[in-house]
Design a protein around this ligand. Sequence first.
Ligand SMILES: O=C(O)c1ccccc1N[C@@H]1O[C@H](COP(=O)(O)O)[C@@H](O)[C@H]1O
Length: 211
Amino acid sequence: MKPLLIKVCGMRDADNVRQVEALTPDMMGFICWEGSRRHVSRLPDYLPETCRRVGVFVNPEIGYVQERLKTFRLDLVQLHGHETPEFCRSIKEEGLKSGRALQIIKAFGVALDEPFPHTEDYEADCDFFLFDTRCPTAGGSGRTFDWDVLQNYHGHTPFFLSGGIGPDSTDRLRSFSHPAWAGVDLNSRFETAPALKDVGLLTDFIKDLRE
Ligand SMILES: O=C(O)c1ccccc1N[C@@H]1O[C@H](COP(=O)(O)O)[C@@H](O)[C@H]1O
């Protein structure tokens, strides 16, 4: 099995970015949505160089994505709203226009009382899916969902497990398995304040996960 990808999301503070980068995550996420307490309203004084930069958007205007692609030098765009497959494709094309092989992560909110999300139409235009707990805030709820429902996912697009993953999740992660499982997304449960990550907690967790 390939090593799990580790994405640390909801970064904003330049010093904190440097500290988290030293833990060698594969990706770091910046929330580009005003509705979030982790919203990054201006370019941080430092952007990570040794991991891939992800911009997280919710139903964005294409012009806003274009601007953030350039200023944040994004490698991936994560979409948490009701974006269509066509929209995902158009974002990817924007990346190509600016000479970047931009990858797309389409997030789907999972709720036990609703049918499993229809992912098939997105397979062709997305590089990753991300399964998160459905919540009114579009993401960052700190709540987990029952990962057993992912046995309903029979697609081939690799996915991130997301939603409320915290320092106490290592045993559950060890017992989870799925052929398309590619990575984990770490966010609010590793924070001391919105958008400020607890480096000690992340250090222990990442070490445990990689062992
Ligand atoms: O973190 C946010 O505030 C946020 C807001 C809007 C969309 C996505 C957001 N974050 C993403 O939410 C998931 C789960 O986070 P958590 O572990 O439950 O806090 C994660 O994928 C973040 O990328």
